[in-house]
Design a protein around this ligand. Structure first.
Ligand code: HXC
Length: 510
């Protein structure tokens, strides 16, 4: 008996060493942690339960039968984050460069199936040279099995990908179908074809970092939702995100204890809006002043900064925030911001997370690049996402809400539950100057007349009361009481029930 126990311990120790101490040292030398060290940081201490520690590959080509490592390059299992269950897989770069074999894929699929069945998020830590070259098509089949599960899990359990090394070729498509992708600066990259192929085909010379590093994907492509300084920070931030999310689509998001009165008055908000309607202000100030303890988890912070997306809590409950940012492009909607916000709204709606929308939008950004790029279709994504969402929706218009963008930003007409406006709100088809130039074209040569017409238009429309008279705005509220009003609104909506007509699925303008 004792021998068997010892053997188990020996086998475990062997498996824990992965590709061996030399390769572990090399991993550390690159500033990266090992697959197991990452899991240790991600999960509550001592909570990790491993599956398939002794699984090894079945390949016999290229002398592979002599090169077997217990676990086959991926550590899988489940554990808890602040006491709540998650499934995790973590690719081990020290074993065949973390490459994906048939059995490696089967291990990932096993925990994904369990996650869907048992209703807990999947967190995938990617650090892999891609398909296990020695296995050929068996490896490709393994990827496709994972892809299919990503699709089935979408909208059922949250899926989070953390890219902590290479992620190239078709391998990128598994993270791409998950809800959030995070990267680590300088040590991770993602691309469909690497710098060498790019050079051969297009003659462009580009480094891996330029082509697919964290900066590229958080600022240019929007493939990634956030970038972190190192592995330790990445794991800590994923823990923080998971705390905001429900475990699955049948559960509500967690309710955390809170130490911030929902009655809190913020008098400074009464002067947030500058006197000059063209002067910007920082919408993040409003978000953090409304949030419990000022805690805001921003998603896609570095991309399409003219719209802000992320999570806060109100009375301990998770709320998704979408807010125009007047500091960038005057808060206009455009292709990138519409796509960014639409995806966020849909995530919230999948997982029953109520949505707070803060509006200061002068309209859609004009220009040929926008029209040629399909702003019509991309803008429609956000419109569609808001309109189909059945979660509680509370909207506050702080200043401009012009034209189609007024309709899009969770207006009453898209089934907004509470639509508030600050007294500084201007809800109109367009700004006074533009409107005057169209309505009073005949007077364009007469500056005095135009000034008078503009003033008349402003007096009539640059306020929230015309919309409030029609019931499009439920109430004009004092800026200082925004946290209280919004918290009470969401509290009143906790039992909201709204269903869309039955359909197989909708046909959002992709
Ligand atoms: C098998 C692999 C491997 C792979 C790396 N290794 N990638 N083994 N299959 N795909 C092994 C190496 O042989 C080496 O073994 C160890 O992992 C570490 O690799 P190094 O090259 O020494 O590391 P590094 O210099 O950091 O380079 C990392 C790398 C490079 C950039 C990922 O290894 C690389 O280019 N690998 C090949 C990538 C690739 O072409 N993959 C297939 C893509 S196609 P030893 O024993 O020396 O430690 C694809 C299709 C998916 O993925 C399709 C899905 C639909």
């Amino acid at each position: 008996m004792k021998d068997i126990l010892t053997e188990l311990e020996d086998r475990r120790n062997d498996a824990r060493l992965g590709g061996g101490q030399k390769r572990i040292d090399a991993q550390h030398g690159r500033g990266k942690l090992t697959a197991r060290e990452r899991i240790e940081l991600l999960l509550d201490e001592g909570s990790f339960e491993e599956f398939d520690m002794f699984v090894s590959h079945r390949c016999t080509d290229f002398g592979m039968e002599k090169q077997k490592t217990a676990g086959d390059g991926v550590v899988t299992g489940w554990g808890t984050i602040n006491g709540r269950m998650v499934y995790v897989f973590s690719q081990d770069f020290t074993v065949f460069g973390g490459s994906l074999s048939e059995t490696h894929a089967q291990k990932i699929c096993k925990i994904m199936d369990m996650a869907i069945q048992n209703g807990a998020p999947v967190i995938g830590i990617n650090d892999s040279g891609g398909a296990r070259i020695q296995e050929g098509v068996a490896s490709l089949a393994g990827y496709a099995e994972v892809f299919q599960r990503n699709i089935m899990a979408s909208g059922v359990v949250p899926q989070i990908s953390v890219i902590m090394g290479p992620c190239a070729g078709g391998a990128v498509y598994s993270p791409a179908m998950t809800d959030f992708i995070f990267m680590v600066k300088d040590t991770s990259y993602m691309f469909v074809t690497g710098p060498d192929v790019v050079k051969t085909v297009t003659n462009e010379v580009v480094t891996a970092e330029e082509l697919g590093g964290a900066s590229t994907h958080t600022k240019k492509s929007s493939v990634a939702d956030g970038a972190f300084e190192n592995d330790v920070e990445a794991m800590a931030e994923v823990r923080r995100l998971v705390d905001f999310l429900p475990l699955n689509n049948r559960e509500k998001p967690p309710v955390r204890p809170f130490f911030d009165s929902p009655e809190r008055i913020e008098t400074s908000l009464d002067t947030l809006i500058p006197d000059n309607p063209n002067t910007p202000y920082d919408m993040k100030e409003l978000i953090t002043k409304v949030a419990d303890e000022g805690d805001f988890y921003e998603i896609q912070e570095d991309y399409a900064k003219n719209i802000i997306t992320g999570f806060i809590r109100l009375e301990g409950q998770t709320v998704g925030v979408v807010a125009n940012q007047p500091m960038v492009l005057a808060g206009c909607l455009d292709i990138d911001s519409s796509r960014k916000a639409a995806r966020f709204v849909r995530f919230c709606d999948c997982f029953e997370i109520p949505i707070l929308t803060l509006v200061d939008v002068p309209g859609f950004l004009p220009g040929t690049s926008q029209e040629y790029g399909g702003v019509i279709k991309h803008g429609a994504k956000l419109l569609f996402a808001y309109g189909e969402a059945t979660v509680p929706k509370v909207t506050v218009i702080t200043r401009k809400a012009y034209g189609g963008a007024y309709d899009v930003m969770a207006s009453k007409h898209l089934r907004g539950d509470f639509n508030y406006a600050w007294p500084t709100a201007e809800i109109a088809v367009m700004g006074a100057k533009g409107a005057t130039e169209i309505i009073h074209r005949a007077d364009l040569g007469d500056a005095e007349k135009i000034a008078q017409h503009t003033q008349d238009y402003e007096d009539r429309f640059a306020n929230p009361f015309v919309a409030a008279e029609r019931g499009f705005i439920d109430e004009v509220i004092m800026p200082q009481s925004t946290r209280r009003r919004v918290s009470r609104a969401f509290a009143s909506l906790r039992n909201k029930k709204l269903k869309n007509p039955w359909k197989k699925h909708d046909n959002i303008p992709l």
